[in-house]
Design a protein around this ligand. Structure first.
Ligand SMILES: Nc1nc2c(ncn2[C@@H]2O[C@H](COP(=O)(O)OP(=O)(O)O)[C@@H](O)[C@H]2O)c(=O)[nH]1
Ligand SMILES: [Mg+2]
Ligand SMILES: [Zn+2]
Length: 311
């Protein structure tokens, strides 16, 4: 039975890459019911077995165990369930624009927590660096320094001026990488410009709202000509975290973690508790205000539970 990787899932069809051909597939009825806490039975990146039928379409009969996956808390009709964005990945790049749309450090930190909690290595791309002058440029550079100090690779790119695209291409090589971030930051443009074999539709940022229109509707995994593949994802507007207890959260902040053993209470949430190593380190400026604020924001949203919208 052929085995392959899911490279796109649009609702009605699931595209499975087998060797070098794409087989539009469906999932066996029985399997559709077997996904418990998850919003859907399969995700892009899943390794599957298929039966090829007379008309050339496939029937997915088996899904291999995932070695990791990135997920968020579903909103809407399936609220509270696990929405898997992608499975079996090596590296997640959180993508921001220096401007249009504006930088959102709170979202960066939230996404980094998800990557840490799911044990997936992550880095940061700040694109549209061509739009950053004087004040903004120094903000961007400070941000870069902050994340590099935390141990996250951070690359400032420009598709327009072709800055650091070769570096990015070399980072993607041989790995399964993901581009994750808000709509309009240039994820699809980056992919198109690092590999001419990829042809993702790109839309312009609306002048009125400064927000990109939704051109990328579904996650898709693109094979790279030099080996490896990159997933383009639809814009993330909110990202609700799941399966993280409040006392656990600081473990996913590399800058908070070294101070945890100085807290008096073992279940300290580093918020209101006395004798707290984290608050003490923040007071001594060992932890930046921005990161401590992000921590408190995320902590509060974990306390909100079902009412959290993930912003
Ligand atoms: N000035 C500038 N514009 C860019 C850059 N990269 C992408 N854009 C523009 O930003 C808009 C959104 O790009 P797109 O790739 O669709 O963003 P996505 O929603 O993250 O996939 C498009 O109009 C692109 O031409 C860049 O480096 N500099
Ligand atoms: Mg896009
Ligand atoms: Zn504490």
């Amino acid at each position: 039975m052929p085995t392959g990787t899911i490279i796109r899932s649009t609702g009605s069809w699931i595209d499975v890459l087998v060797d070098s051909s794409v087989i539009p597939s469906r999932i066996r009825g029985r399997m559709r019911l077997m996904h418990g806490d998850e919003t859907q039975p399969v995700a892009v990146g899943d390794h599957v077995s298929i039966l090829v039928q007379g008309d050339g379409t496939g029937l997915i009969t088996e899904i291999d165990e995932r070695h990791n996956c990135l997920y968020r808390r579903a909103a809407g009709r399936k609220i509270g369930k696990r929405q898997i964005l992608i499975a079996n990945v090596d590296y997640i790049w959180i993508v921001q624009a220096a401007e249009q749309p504006p930088l959102n450090p709170g979202l960066i930190d939230r996404l980094l927590v998800a990557c840490e909690a799911q044990d997936i290595p992550a880095g940061l791309i700040i694109n549209k660096i061509d739009l950053a002058y004087s004040q903004l440029l120094s903000t961007v550079k400070k941000l870069r320094t902050r994340y590099i100090q935390l141990g996250y690779q951070t690359i400032l790119t420009s598709v327009k001026k072709r800055k650091k695209l070769n570096l990015l291409r070399s980072r993607f090589s041989g790995k399964i990488s993901v581009l994750l971030g808000p709509s309009g930051v240039g994820k699809s443009s980056l992919l198109n410009s690092i590999d001419p074999g990829i042809n993702v539709p790109v839309d312009s940022v609306s002048q009125k709202t400064n927000k990109g229109r939704h051109t990328t509707a579904h996650t898709a995994l693109y094979p790279l000509s030099g080996g490896g593949s990159v997933a383009d994802t639809p814009g993330i507007r909110e990202f609700g975290l799941l399966d993280i207890e409040p006392w656990e959260l600081a473990h996913y902040f590399p800058d908070l973690k070294p101070h945890l053993d100085k807290c008096h209470y073992s279940a300290c949430t580093h918020d209101h508790e006395p004798n707290c190593g984290v608050k003490d380190a923040h007071g001594r400026q060992k932890i930046s205000d921005a990161r401590y604020d992000s921590y408190l924001n995320i902590l509060h949203s974990l306390h909100l539970g079902e009412a959290d919208i993930g912003r």
